[in-house]
Design a binder for this molecule. Structure first.
Ligand code: ADP
Ligand code: AMP
Length: 208
């Protein structure tokens, strides 16, 4: 049986951190719209060029572009048995598009998991986040530091701070979440799919 999970929560709530472990436990791929965009940016594709200014400002990339990119990823064979979606959907239009996409394949979401943290905690987490350029592993200078300051524990890759990791972009992204993404909590609650997790616990406790 497949398992189709959507992760919801403020930027910095811990979606990427939890998604990696959850996907491994469920034997399904971790599909992160932000990672897909960063791959397009690195490869300087047409889609990457289209998305770049939005991402740098901390704005959402337009729905048609985002939904098309995620739909293409979900259509690949490795997602047939399920997926952990991280960072998508982020608008009601995206949630509806996802529902229609899955329905057309005769499937549906199993759960929408909300990782709940305060804005204060989210900002502290975003401020110290470092990401591995090679494998995407996520670290925090205080809460989850790598053994060696500038190298990934898992693969030895270089750690970097994302270009949208500025205090201005962080505040803007929280505001965008409140305006455009928060309504999805009620959307999934009404659909009977919402499960909430206290995200202000240790990484292991949230996972458990
Ligand atoms: P999101 O994907 O929701 O934006 P991330 O998974 O990238 O969030 O986590 C943001 C930052 O917070 C990272 O630096 C990560 O190491 C750290 N972090 C994630 N979960 C926790 C936690 N439960 N406790 C402390 N720090 C955490
Ligand atoms: P993330 O890695 O999830 O924090 O996403 C980084 C950036 O990519 C966001 O700030 C947006 O600019 C863009 N992005 C990621 N997912 C979406 C989405 N579902 N809809 C629109 N823009 C997105």
């Amino acid at each position: 049986m497949g398992c189709r999970v959507v992760l919801l929560g403020l930027p910095g709530a811990g979606k990427g951190t939890q998604a990696e472990q959850l996907a491994a436990a469920l034997h399904v791929p971790h599909v992160a719209s932000g990672d897909l965009f960063r791959e397009h940016l690195d490869k300087r594709t047409a889609l990457g060029c289209q998305a770049q200014a939005y991402i740098e400002r901390g704005d959402l990339v337009p729905d048609e572009v985002t939904t098309g990119m995620v739909a293409e990823r979900l259509a690949r064979p490795d997602c047939a048995g399920g997926f952990v979606l991280d960072g998508f959907p982020r608008t009601l239009a995206q949630a509806v598009a996802l529902e229609q996409l899955l329905a057309s394949a005769g499937i549906a979401l199993d759960v929408a998991l909300l990782i709940r943290v305060s804005e204060q905690v989210a900002l502290a987490r975003l401020a110290g986040r470092w990401t591995c350029r090679r494998c995407g592993a996520i670290y925090h200078t205080l809460f989850s530091p790598p053994r060696q300051a500038d190298a990934c524990d898992a693969c030895g890759g270089e750690l970097y701070q994302r270009p949208d990791e500025t205090p201005e972009a962080h505040h803007h992204r929280l505001q965008v979440y409140q305006e455009q993404t928060r309504p999805l909590v009620d959307y999934y609650r009404q659909a009977g799919l919402l499960t909430e997790v206290d995200g202000e616990q240790s990484i292991d406790d949230v996972q458990a």
